[in-house]
Design a protein around this ligand. Structure first.
Ligand code: ASP
Length: 346
């Protein structure tokens, strides 16, 4: 019988109301799980795998997650990698797509399911979506067909580094606008073999065939700038030129910036001289950045910015952390930002 490790990091699924809003409640959550008959393998029949629960300390609202929390989760998986067939990570929805993206890079050579899930309504409340999300995640992890970092939410299994939080209040909280779901849980769980195969064929697992290895992340200074009509680029000069090693610019449409880059261009050039890597993503959730399609994007390409193509901002940020933490040169980071490593971009 497969054995799954549930890692509770917090989030709405294990929260209770307090006078200042929802807060995590580890003990209450454990008690609730132990009362759920369907989670007991002996009572739910052979479908339910064996599982054990560990918690990160303290349990967090995922808005408070930092790089060291990603490292903590990564270490828990690495320490328990041989002993379990898969991992289900309970996590708040707010930054779940960032954590999933980060883990997809950190867990090199991953050959077991790692499924992040959570809830929009706490497990202790009558209409909670957490029960369904947790049970499906456990069953999918136990089946072991998907061997990458995924998010299961609202009936869909999504590649973690392609997912983004889409709704603050709907039960389908995540979408994967540039990549199809890996599986959909209706009456049965239907896997999308083509999407899964692509993950293997497309060189998205550079570590496959080698041993599993955890790459911890360093607290690299990274920034995200979202352009808007009227943006005064000169105000960003300080951070663009000196402080940040990785910069994600969220541009309009296919990579366009206001003013044809005239104002931004000298700043981008200086940042690049300082060894920053500038990655161009889009404010459009769906589609691809194609620098040079419009005059308004050519300047970025000419200045040496990298096209983030169809990367989500979450995946671009996580990938910058990962590549700099691995100690690659600026040239290598730029090259690898435009190279699919875990199926995060086309
Ligand atoms: N603020 C919560 C969190 O991210 C929201 C949620 O879990 O849905 O932890």
């Amino acid at each position: 019988m497969p054995k799954i490790l549930i890692i509770n990091t917090g989030g709405t699924i294990s929260m209770v109301p307090s006078q200042r809003g929802y807060v995590p409640d580890g003990a209450g959550f454990r008690a609730r799980l132990s009362r759920m008959e369907l989670l007991r393998p002996q009572e739910a029949g052979s479908a339910m795998p064996q599982w054990e629960l560990v918690e990160t300390e303290p349990l967090l609202d995922s808005s408070n997650m930092t790089v060291s929390d990603w490292n903590r989760i990564g270490k828990l998986i690495a320490e328990n990698y041989a002993a379990y067939d898969g991992f289900v990570i309970l996590h708040g929805t707010d930054t779940m797509a960032y954590t999933a993206s980060a883990l997809s890079f950190m867990l090199e050579g991953l050959d077991k399911p790692v499924i992040l899930t959570g809830a929009q309504i706490p497990l202790g409340e009558i209409r909670s979506d957490g029960r369904d999300n947790l049970i499906n995640s456990l069953l999918i992890a136990a089946e072991g067909r998907v061997r990458e970092v995924c998010i299961f939410f609202g009936g869909k299994l999504l590649r973690g580094n392609r997912a983004t939080k889409y709704s603050a209040d709907e039960l389908i909280a995540f979408v994967s606008p540039n990549f199809p779901p890996l599986a959909e849980a209706g009456i049965t769980v239907v896997y999308n073999e083509a999407a899964m195969q692509q993950a293997e064929k497309g060189g998205s697992k550079p570590g496959s065939g080698t041993d599993f290895r955890l790459q911890l992340l360093d607290e690299i200074p990274i920034g995200v700038i979202k352009v808007f009509p009227g943006i005064q680029f000169s105000l960003f000069e300080q951070i663009l030129t000196e402080k940040l090693r990785g910069i994600v610019i969220e541009t309009f449409g296919a990579g366009n910036i206001p003013g044809g880059g005239n104002e931004l261009l000298p700043l981008v050039k200086k940042a690049l001289e300082h060894g920053s890597v500038i990655t161009v993503c889009s404010q459009c959730p769906q589609g691809t950045v194609t620098l040079g399609t419009y005059e308004t994007s050519s300047a970025l390409a000419e200045a040496g910015a990298v096209s983030g193509r169809d990367l989500t901002t979450e995946a671009a940020v996580a990938k910058l952390y990962y590549l700099f933490s691995k100690g690659f040169s600026v040239g290598e980071v730029k090259r690898l930002m435009a190279t699919p490593l875990r199926g995060e971009e086309r």
